[in-house]
Design a protein around this ligand. Structure first.
Ligand code: MN
Length: 344
């Protein structure tokens, strides 16, 4: 296992130089954030990012993520050109020696919360989700009321997208994912890139939109669509752990035992009701995920890939991008390495 840390590029208030000071962190997880969704990423632009990271004494270990255009998820006629462009980006990162690509296949919204700053008893703030609060959000005026998505879509664009998804049920979304994987995985495999799909977060349908990467059966199905080692998953303990039915250590032994976990996201969540949770500090005692058992399962399967502390709380007066402050994620990085060392 290699500890890595997400960095949002030069606009990230957290400097690479500070990330470099977290003991053990040598790998960076990043992306090009200014390229319109669907456009191919040039080798020159990825190389520049790689150089920026290398100049700080770190290594660009994972691209998270190259977004998948909605037309691909919807299976529209324009998808062939978009898939070709996606393949071009994958080829470019592979040629530069970047080994892992984290992506997701969630319709319209990726990670969704109903509160980005829930205050905890200790004064820290954290991300929270409550299905009942989500149900009260009115998307007819656009995404203005959805925390974290305020400027993502105007009302007209969003209405058209939601309308387009009415004809897409879970099986159709699986078919569209298969179409994408059948074309992209062979390219990834040929240039040494491991595809690592991120589970849906939260792992259930929202706003009537289908979500399919949610549990053990889904991970199994995903990896069988194109049965190639390059077709794997990002195992996100926070996303999958939001559903009590998911036995995380068993899932790691199963999908990871077949060599298909290519990236680990480790964070804890505390489930407080049906489809209701908030993100907690990383250690087992604060959340519903037994992080020790997660690490034990990873040790058992001989996991050697990248791992990053996922979202953290905002602590010590830090302000910044929700979930992506420096301090709590750094604590998470240390805790995870402590567990790992203890199990050695
Ligand atoms: Mn994650």
């Amino acid at each position: 296992m290699r500890i890595t840390f997400r960095w949002f590029g030069v606009d990230d208030p957290i400097a690479l130089a500070h990330i470099r000071q977290i003991p053990g962190v040598r790998g960076i997880v990043s992306a090009l954030y200014d390229i319109p969704v669907g456009d191919a990423w040039s080798r020159a632009r990825i190389f520049r990012l790689q150089e920026q990271v290398a100049d700080a004494g770190l290594d660009l270990a994972v691209i998270e993520s190259i977004p998948v255009h909605e037309d691909i998820k919807l299976g529209r006629a324009t998808r062939d050109r978009l898939v070709d462009q996606y393949c071009e980006s994958v080829r470019a990162m592979g040629e530069l020696g970047i080994p892992v690509l984290c992506y997701n296949f969630m319709p319209i919204f990726d990670w969704t919360r109903t509160n980005l700053a829930m205050t905890m008893p200790d004064g820290s703030t954290t991300l929270a989700y409550d299905d009942a609060a989500l149900a009260r959000i009115d998307l007819s005026r656009g995404t203005g009321d959805l925390p974290g998505w305020a400027t993502a879509y105007d009302a007209t664009t969003l209405r058209a997208l939601l309308e387009a998804y009415r004809s897409i049920d879970e099986e159709q979304l699986w078919e569209n994912l298969a179409y994408f994987l059948e074309r992209v995985v062979p390219v990834a495999a040929s240039v040494g890139v491991k595809m690592a799909i991120h589970p849906d977060d939260p792992p259930w349908p929202i706003f009537g939109l289908p979500r399919i990467v949610t549990n053990a059966a889904a991970l199994e199905r995903l990896t069988r669509i194109v049965d190639d080692p390059a077709n794997g998953v990002t195992f996100c303990t926070g996303s999958l752990g939001a559903d009590e039915a998911n036995d995380l250590p068993a899932m790691i032994r199963s999908v990871g035992g077949r060599g298909r976990i290519h990236f680990m996201h480790c964070r804890n969540v505390r489930r407080t009701g049906a489809r209701q949770f908030h993100e907690s500090p990383h250690p087992t005692e604060f959340g519903s995920v037994n992080m020790l058992e997660v690490m034990r399962a990873l040790r058992e399967i001989g996991y050697e890939g990248p791992m990053r502390p996922d979202h953290g709380r905002m602590i010590w007066g830090e302000r910044g991008r929700p979930g992506y402050g420096l301090h709590d994620r750094a604590l998470g990085a240390m805790y995870l390495q402590g567990l790992w060392e203890g199990l050695a």
